[in-house]
Ligand binder design. Structure first.
Ligand code: UDP
Length: 279
């Protein structure tokens, strides 16, 4: 197919400006059986992330007595792409799983969970370029949802060069026909970018273009980071609301009242003793 014009009158094919992200939707805690989970949409990408653990590692010989073992599996559903994808792992998914695991590993406080394993599964239900970065964003939220101790949040976005322009968050056409594609992930700590967790590059950029790409990526991830945080907060607010009036909350309240009554009884006995002594 002939390369389409990717930028017309300073706008991209989907109407976005160069510095604009695709619409993003993030929801934490969507799977009942996982310890942590997340559903994320970034443009037409649709991703599910599920985290299991920290839990016992099988097979046992993979255990590490000093820290947790992290496993990350990136998988694309056969129906996620235009041309049906053969099910099962391939070179691309093995590579993406490896680099994504390496991006998350230093951020997870593995030393707190010796001999255990933390498994991260990400499933691409619909793909439209930038799935490895979208998956990392979902995985990070799912890890926090699972209560895994983290040094910060991993937030990722891709930057591309299309028709000579550096643009944020490329979609499929831009990825296919662009001159360069650069997925980047950052470790964000206390609302500030601390370090680069992943950086890959397909194509060529000049040093100046790379600087511009980094600048756009930083702007983009701060917006995504805010949405990741909001998704986690919403999940905990929801849990708080579910907790109020629940059987568990009532039980805690009954115990508290019992303890209070015991305390009162004791005080009264003490007072009576004191009065007896004074008489
Ligand atoms: N893609 C596809 N079939 C495949 C692999 C990828 O159609 O077997 C598409 C899919 O939309 C993906 C895009 O190509 O998002 C770009 O893939 P790339 O390897 O650059 O990774 P991504 O940008 O998704 O991280």
């Amino acid at each position: 197919m002939e390369k389409p014009k990717l930028i017309v009158d300073g706008r991209r094919l989907d109407g976005r400006g160069f510095e604009e992200l695709r619409p993003i939707k993030i929801e934490a805690g969507v799977l009942k059986r996982a310890d942590g989970s997340c559903y994320l949409e970034m443009g037409k990408n649709k991703i599910i992330a599920a985290v299991y653990g920290p839990r016992e590692v099988h097979p046992r010989h993979l255990q590490d007595p000093s820290k947790a073992v992290i496993r990350y599996r990136y998988n694309m559903a056969p129906f996620s792409v235009e041309e049906r994808k053969k099910p099962g792992p391939d070179r691309r998914s093995v590579e993406i799983s490896k680099v994504s695991r390496e991006a998350l590993e230093p951020v997870i406080m593995k030393e707190l969970f010796p001999r255990s394993g933390i498994d991260v599964f990400v499933e691409v239900l619909q793909a439209d370029a930038g799935t490895r970065t979208a998956c990392l964003n979902a995985a990070s939220v799912a890890l926090i949802d699972a209560g895994v101790a983290m040094r910060g949040m991993v937030t990722a976005v891709a930057v591309a060069k299309v028709d000579g322009e550096i643009v944020l968050d490329p979609m499929k056409e831009e990825d296919n026909y662009g001159e360069a594609d650069v997925p980047i992930a950052f470790l964000i700590r206390n609302g500030k970018i601390e370090s680069i967790a992943l950086l890959q590059m397909d194509g060529r950029l000049t040093l100046e273009e790379m600087r511009r790409a980094m600048e756009l990526a930083k702007k983009g991830v701060m917006q995504i980071y805010k949405l990741q945080r909001e998704a986690i907060m919403r999940k905990y607010m929801r849990e708080g609301e579910d907790y109020e009036g629940s059987e568990e909350a009532m039980e805690v309240e009954r115990e508290r009242e019992c303890e209070e009554a015991k305390g009162e009884g004791e005080k009264e006995r003490e007072n009576r003793k004191e009065e007896g002594r004074n008489e």
